[in-house]
Design a protein around this ligand. Structure first.
Ligand code: UD1
Length: 425
C-alpha cells in the first residue's frame, strides 16, 4: 500500500488552488437521475469517491463521461436500466444512499443497499427513509436493502421536520421533492453550502425551491426537470485543511478560490488562535508570522457551526498551541481515532467520550502513523509537517477519497512531502 513520507518543515509560502467540493459533487451527480436530459458539472474534483459515484450511476444505466482531465462530468440518464444500488458499491461509500430519492421520484421505485457502519460511527439512514415515507413512499427493509415504492401517481408533497440536522437526508428529500406532487416543506433542514449548491443546480434544472441555506426549505413539485450546466462550489473542507498548513508551519499561503462565508466559524477560531486570515480577490491569504499559536476550544456543530470534518486537522494545530484546549465532537460518536496517532508523535491528548482535552507541547516528533479515515489522515500529514524528523503515514487510500493531488499541492508551497508507491514500500 502507498505511504506518505513527511519531513518537518520551515515556513511555507505560495498558493494552493482549492478544488470543487467532494461532498457537493456527490449530491449533484445523483441529480442526473431526475431528468432524461444531460447534466454537466464543471469544477468537479478528481477523487476516488467521485469515481465510486460514477460507477454506481453507470450500474443504474446512466452515462457518465469524465472530460477535461476529470474536471467536467457529463451525465445523462435517458433510461434507467436498473433501480438497484448494489451492496458492493454502497458499502464503499455511504453517499450512495443519495440515489434513493431521485430514483423514487422519477420512476417510482428503487432498491438501495443499507450502507452499514463506518469508521466514524454508526451513521444510520433512518432520517432519509422517514422523509421519503412522509412523501408517501412505501419502504420495506429486507435482505440488507431498502425496497422503496412511490404511491400510484408518484410521491406527494409533505411537511417534514427533521428531528436532527442531517446533510444527506436533507439532500435526498430535496431531490425527491422536486418531482413530487404539490408542496414540500423541509423543516430543521441542513444549511451547509453543499445544500445551497444542490438547490441552485436543481433550480437551473427547472425545480422550484425557496429557502435553501436556512432551516426551512420549500419545494413546489414540477412535472419534469431539464438539463443544466452547473459549477461545483469550492470545497470548504479542503480549504480549511490547507489553511491550517501555514498555521502549523508558519509562513503565508493563499488558498485560491477560498471565501470566508464558507468557513466563518472556523476562521473565527483561527483568529482567536492568532492566525491571520485575509480575503483577497483570488481567495484567502493565511499567515502565521511569529509566536506560538494560542489554545482555543472548539465544539463541532452543523453549519454555520465549526465543521466536524475539520476537527481532526484543528486538533493537530492545538497539539502545538500554548495551553489547554477542549475539542468537543457533537456530530459523530467515534471521531477521535486520530488522537492516539497524534500521541505517537508526542501530542498530549485525553479523550473522554465526545471530548478531547489537548495540552499543547513545544514539539512534535515524527513517527510511523496510520490513517484511520479521510480527515484523520490529513491531520497526520499536517502534524508531520510541523514535527521534527520523519513521519510515515500509511493507509493513505483514505486520503485519495477526498484530497486531489495532496502531495503536489503541499510541495507547491514548500512542504517536504512525498508519496511512496506500493512497489517502493
Ligand atoms: C455529510 C458529509 C460528511 C460530514 C457530515 C456532517 C457528505 C457526502 N458527507 O455526511 O463529510 O461529516 O455531513 O457534516 O456530504 N444521522 C442519523 N440518521 C440519518 C442520517 C444521519 O441519525 O438518517 C446522524 C448521523 O449519524 C450523524 C448526524 O446525523 O450523527 C449528522 O449526519 P449527516 O449530516 O447525515 O452526515 P452525512 O450526510 O452522512
Amino acid at each position: 500500500m502507498d505511504q506518505i513520507i513527511v519531513h518537518g518543515n520551515g515556513p511555507l509560502k505560495g498558493e494552493i488552488p482549492i478544488a470543487g467540493a467532494k461532498n457537493a459533487c456527490l449530491a449533484l451527480m445523483p441529480a442526473t437521475l431526475l431528468t432524461d436530459q444531460p447534466l454537466t458539472l464543471t469544477n468537479a474534483p478528481r477523487l476516488s469517491d467521485i469515481r465510486t459515484m460514477t460507477e454506481l450511476l453507470q450500474s443504474l444505466g446512466a452515462e457518465v463521461a469524465s472530460l477535461q482531465d476529470g474536471q467536467v462530468l457529463a451525465l445523462s440518464s435517458h433510461d434507467l436500466a436498473s433501480h438497484r444500488a448494489d451492496y458492493d458499491i454502497v458499502r464503499k461509500m455511504r453517499a450512495s444512499i443519495l440515489v434513493l430519492g431521485p430514483m423514487l421520484a422519477r420512476d417510482g421505485r428503487a432498491e438501495v443497499s443499507l450502507p452499514g457502519g463506518c469508521a466514524i460511527g454508526a451513521r444510520p439512514v433512518d432520517l432519509h427513509l422517514r422523509a421519503l415515507e412522509a412523501m408517501g413512499a412505501e419502504l420495506d427493509l429486507r435482505d440488507g436493502y431498502v425496497h422503496a415504492k412511490a404511491p400510484s401517481g408518484g410521491l406527494r408533497g409533505a411537511v417534514f421536520e427533521f428531528p436532527l440536522v442531517s446533510v444527506g437526508a436533507t439532500e435526498n428529500a430535496l431531490m425527491a421533492a422536486t418531482l413530487a406532487r404539490g408542496t414540500t416543506v423541509l423543516k430543521n433542514a441542513a444549511r451547509e453550502p453543499e445544500i445551497v449548491d444542490l438547490a441552485q443546480c436543481l433550480r437551473a434544472m427547472g425545480a422550484q425551491i425557496e429557502g435553501e441555506g436556512t432551516g426551512t426549505i420549500t419545494i413546489e413539485g414540477v412535472q419534469a426537470l431539464r438539463g443544466a450546466t452547473h459549477p461545483v462550489v469550492t470545497d470548504r473542507i479542503e480549504l480549511g485543511t490547507y489553511m491550517l498548513a501555514p498555521a502549523m508551519c508558519g509562513g503565508e499561503v493563499e488558498c485560491l478560490g477560498g471565501r470566508i462565508d464558507l468557513l466563518a466559524a472556523f476562521c473565527e477560531k483561527l483568529d482567536e488562535a492568532g492566525i491571520s486570515v485575509e480575503e483577497t480577490s483570488r481567495g484567502l491569504k493565511v499567515a502565521r508570522r511569529n509566536g506560538r499559536v494560542r489554545s482555543v476550544d472548539v465544539t463541532t456543530a452543523p453549519f454555520p457551526g465549526f465543521p466536524t470534518d475539520l476537527q481532526a486537522q484543528f486538533m493537530a494545530l492545538m497539539c502545538l498551541a500554548e495551553g489547554k484546549s477542549v475539542l468537543e465532537e457533537t456530530i459523530f460518536e467515534n471521531r477521535f481515532m486520530h488522537a492516539p496517532e497524534l500521541m505517537r508523535m508526542g501530542a498530549r491528548i485525553d479523550v473522554h467520550g465526545g471530548q478531547a482535552v489537548v495540552t499543547g507541547v513545544d514539539k512534535l516528533r515524527g513517527a510511523p502513523v496510520m490513517a484511520t479515515d479521510l480527515r484523520a489522515s490529513v491531520s497526520l500529514i499536517l502534524a508531520g509537517m510541523a514535527a521534527e524528523g520523519q513521519t510515515t503515514v500509511s493507509r493513505v487510500y483514505h486520503l485519495d477519497r477526498g484530497y486531489e493531488h495532496v502531495v503536489r499541492k503541499l510541495r507547491g508551497v514548500g512542504a517536504h512531502v512525498e508519496r511512496l508507491k506500493e512497489e517502493q514500500t
